[in-house]
Design a protein around this ligand. Sequence first.
Ligand SMILES: Nc1ncnc2c1ncn2[C@@H]1O[C@H](COP(=O)(O)OP(=O)(O)OP(=O)(O)O)[C@@H](O)[C@H]1O
Ligand SMILES: [Mg+2]
Length: 1287
Amino acid sequence: MATGCVAAGERTSASNELCVRRQLVLGKGGSSCKFSNRSLKRLPSALSSEKVLMMASAWERKYHHSDLEKAAAFLPGLLAEDSLQSNCYSQPIDGVLLFADISAFTTLTEKFIQRSGTERGTDELVQTLNCYLCDILEEVLTFGGDILKFAGDAVLVLWRTLHRELAKTISLVLQCSRQIQKKYGSRDTPVGQKVRLKIGISAAPMSLVVFGDRDWRYFCICGQALHEVCEAHELADPGDVVLSATSWELCEQHRLRTKHLAGKRAVKVTGMDQMSRSERQEALRKLVRHPLSHRLEGEGAMRPTRVLSNRPKLVEMFRKYIPEAALRKLDDRLPLDLFSELRPVTSLFVHLQLSADIISTAEVFEFLHSASRMLLEILSPHKGEVNKVLLCDKGCTFLCVFGLIGEKLPYKSLHALQSAVQIFNSFSTMFGGKKAVSVAVTSGMVFCGITGHPLRNEYTVLGQKVNLAARMMVRYPGLVSCDAATYAASRLPPYYFKELPERKMKGIIRPGTIYQYVGVTKASILDMSLTKERSEYAPLLGREKEIDLFVSCLKAYKDFGQSHILAFEGTMGSGKSHLLAELASLGQAAGHRVVAMELLEVNVRQSFSALRKLMAKALGLQDCELRSDKERVLQAKLEGIIEESSYCLLNGIFFVEFPVSDKVRKMCEPQRLMELHSTWAKVLEKVMGGEFGIFVIDNAHFIDPASWSIMSPVLQNVSSFMVMSLAPGYVRTEAFCKAAGDSAMSQNITYCHLDKLKSSAVVQKVCQDLGVVSISRDLARFLIQRSLGIPYYCEELLRCLRRNDMLLFHTRRRGEKAEGSWESLIAMSSSSAGSDGRVCTIRPDVNLENTVLPVTLKEIALSQLDQLKPLKQTVLKYAAVIGPVFTTQLLLHVLPADMRHKVNCVLTMLVKDNILKWLKNTEVPEDVQDPTKRPGTSVQAESDVETPALRMTVVQQSGALAFRVVLLQEAAYQLWPKRQRVALHRTCAAFLERHAHKCKSCGQGEFVAFHRFAVTSTQDGGRCQGSADQGDSRSWETLVLAGEQLKRDRTHATEGRPVAKSEQTTEVPSKADGKDSGACSCECKAIVESVLVPLARHYMAMGDAARAFYYLLECAAAYLHVSNSDMALVKLNEAEVLRNSVDKKANVIARFEEATLFSLKGEVCYRMGRMELAKKMILEALSLLKRKFPRTTVGALVKSQVEKLQCAAYVARRAASLPQEARRKRLAWLLQQSCCLSLLEQLFSLEGTSSRQTFSRLAARMKANTDRAADSCRAADAHRRGGDELI
Ligand SMILES: Nc1ncnc2c1ncn2[C@@H]1O[C@H](COP(=O)(O)OP(=O)(O)OP(=O)(O)O)[C@@H](O)[C@H]1O
Ligand SMILES: [Mg+2]
């Protein structure tokens, strides 16, 4: 038996594992995979995902003996060892080609997105597609097919065989195709769109061509067989199998029933006489494949790539075929299931038409080889990646991606557009004119990861924007087109684009405006202005310090002619442009001439662009429409400064045409260049040192090196005042920063870092942008926390909230009081201080925790994340599921076993990178030798990144950590596809539930007494039970630490802004809270933040409404326990929103839970002084608890008599007779009733009238009876427990 074969006895387990593996890598199990579905059903639902993870790793261990083998699934068997060793080449092959394509894939994508939004929709789409593809491919593999290429929703498969075996092989492929059509030819999807399959088959001469450059290799099939298979596929209707002309001639026609297609030589196969089992085996045996191909299962299935030995040279060659993003993950030995993510990327499709004279294989090879080399050369500096190369009868298509893991540059859409133009120009020159080339660019959230089958898959991008780019490439030929998202994200001025007419694109519902990217033109070269004038901005807030600095520097310049550069450094969106616009206007108001300009990213690569812009603006060329006007202005302004014979040097620069002087004509190139430099310098000196006062350069980090080489000495010689903005991370910025620190230069340069806006300024800005006088506290907290005080982030978040209709506007009038409803209490409690007028709050049914980060902010966070190694990113992704603050114990619990030993080292590095911070002093190293203190840890990992210094420093073993930037945590979290995310939430919940109780000093029970006994077993089904272990007390301590931080984050977010009176009491017990104030110093305060609130979030993310509701109630009860009525109110509101969102008929929320909601609401109202509302709530709770309280005096008197008759002995007997579970459940009900009655007694007694006193006494009596019953239950419980202990 061949190496790697699965013996008969192993078959079941192998196929089982295969199926489970399929589930893991590719999404949900397909219908053909019966075992997987059954086996998973058998697993308790709470554990199934973890089990799947474990089994997947087992599968990986078994089948992937080496990382190389894991990687082998990325390649077809055709690229065997011998061919891998050689360089680029072409090779004729014989065989049968099959092209299968899923119809209506674009429509399907649109429907998923329409139904679930971009992110969830894409996730669901990929799950559906993978599931379908996997079923089809399993059939293909079983019939011995070698999967050559994936093209989104299509696959190209080869059955390589000897020429004399073609007829039999065609029958084999036909049988496979018919079986696929029979089983999977049509499938329903969750969005109601049926997907169907079209299959074309051909058998004719073909060749394999392998091409690329030194680092990357690609392969394609070319020749007649490819043309024919494309044609056959095009002739097929959904559900059909079409045989191409040549394959029809070659096949065993006697077996087939066919239908001729009008005017074509290809035929549609409508029936066939099946091959016998032995015939089929014989045909399989005769396929050409490597003798060491893996046998999979059943009779035919073969692993497409044979086991490769780990020979370094071979490995190197092999790696060249695998996309870089996948390689990075492979190199970090990440399990395959961690390859897939949802990411914002820019996709670029290039289509090259094959001219009619490119026919022979050698010509095709040459064409592909040069095209790919050129493409790689252009993409490389822009960090774009070629993801796939597809060849068809109409030409060649390249899919390139910008923004994959580790490849994110800021302004990636701009890089994509620049590459697009370069590609377009180079390809048009090289391959027969502009008409032959089409380039389309789109940006948006897509799935980046693995599709196909576990044995043969690819790393690619899938999603709505990928489909759109593919369609645009076809519908807008002969130009560079881009979508509106790319246009906006490039942040280029409009004159770089031209709006294109709307064209119908198959399957695409709303493509938005499509633009042509025209690139750098005369207009863009001579554009001189700031993008926005000051008048276009709203008032500048919180920049008093910067303005003062400007005023004092300006004064020094004016009074003493002191030359100065005032540089403001700030991150993207920190408000540099706005500040500079303000300063420019202040300078103008002070009577100075101000020359202001903005540079763009594109300028840094255009020599002399900064200088050209500066001078054009200073010389006043912006007002000249005609060339002659420009020439006149230049002559007038430069007279006496440069020689007339040098004017012609300015020709190319300002698009003028001065006659070329003899002097210049005679110069050799270096001389000309020198002359040009000195001319520039003279002009600049005149421009800067003369009458012109203040120079404002926005984005000075984009000054190109050529300009700077001239500007720098001039700035030292002339007296000028320059104000500039700089972004961190650029060479120029660093140079200025260094110069400012240099004692010789520091007098001339002031380098000022733009701080984040203060909380009060953020709130002011939001009010200003929304046109309201005040905003609610939760909205303020959300925006302050997420925006980090960066105005642009704040605007983006606000835009996102508005777009999703999450805000509510209403008018508040003086003296307005809360009405007697719960909703008005919520509204009042969340409004902050402010004068009367329009106010803005969050819609009551919106949970801000679930807000998806706007793509723009995600991009910013991801570009930071992508500077980290995949392993660090992966650890952060796991941590992100836990939350912005996490404990090491929980992190270790969620990480896959084979990553745990690396975690300490990675965390230490992440702290060093300033991504995370420890929440306690880490200076004292723990004893690294003590194994009991360091469960499952080792520092030998990551030898490639770990420095000896690091090894020597602290190795923190347990503790709590926090993300320094919440945005990063959110962006990392949102990379997870849903299925994996849910599994991780489940694991987190299982861990946290062990700690979901009060602290020791408060008695450790639940916050709602006996809560978990009160929920029925069906509702408890999803509970993630975890068993307590020895590490629990350590874990508790760390959770307390984490909780304290979370609480600080929550309360400090709104610090420093004007707060309402009510707000100041947020964390301080109010009068009514006074009785509980003693509890405030206990650990419960922290536990609610680090255990209960996250638990509600985890269950919510898992879609388990009952458990989420349970923990929201626990949160509310816990907040009341620690005297924080405001937060209790927030949590009860969340619970109410959740309750309203679930199907009432499904009985998701138990009656006891409903009652508890009302009871807690009553308590909150009471503590907030809303007595009437409190009473209403408590009465509702009592009624739900089946302990009705009379509403009339007569009723009260009658009820009073009844209560008197309550027989204590009977109650005790009844309690004793109940089984333990039921008794505890009853206890929960009784305790809840007692709570309500006690509150009711107080509420009535506060009113003072005699009738109210009657009610108060009745409540007291009912409470006494209830308490007695509860005591009996407790006694019976204690008695039973004592008995159990005796036994
Ligand atoms: N101090 C401020 N008060 C109010 N709004 C501000 C303030 N600073 C910036 N903004 C607003 O925030 C947005 C982003 O600011 P701006 O464009 O000036 O940032 P930037 O630092 O220049 O960004 P980039 O790095 O992308 O050029 C603008 O809409 C601006 O009006
Ligand atoms: Mg700016």
